[in-house]
Design a protein. Structure first.
Length: 121
């Protein structure tokens, strides 16, 4: 068994795919449409975004509307990555649970995601 896709619910799949495309550089899937959009490296994992009628954004850090899932991204420079993502439409919630180890941001559809300093291997 091999994981082939991770899909996030949202109100506007094309807009959320555009945010993550600009954030990661992953190429858009060739068959994107208003109900479902995705980003995918050739032969790689699909990051998908599906339209859900009545979508309610997660409320992080509270759990009135649970986050359900989140994405982690390794970055070389936390400050640079944060500034770039905020300019693309992400927001920074407070409080931050462990700012020395990772930074939580919220995408335009309300999903929390983490920026983690890249570690030397």
């Amino acid at each position: 068994m091999e994981l082939s896709a991770i899909t996030l619910d949202c109100a506007d799949p094309l807009a959320l795919a555009d945010f993550y495309h600009r954030a990661t550089g992953l190429p858009p899937h060739p068959r994107n449409h208003a109900g479902f959009a995705g980003l995918q490296r050739e032969g790689g994992l699909l990051l998908g975004f599906q339209r859900v009628d009545g979508y309610r954004a997660p409320r992080w850090p509270g759990q009135d509307v649970p986050q359900q899932a989140h994405l982690d991204f390794d970055v070389d420079d936390l400050a640079e990555a944060e500034a770039r993502l905020l300019a693309l439409g992400a927001t920074r919630p407070e409080p931050q649970p462990d700012p020395g180890r990772f930074l939580v941001l919220i995408d335009p559809a309300g999903h929390p995601f983490c920026l983690c300093p890249r570690r030397a291997v």
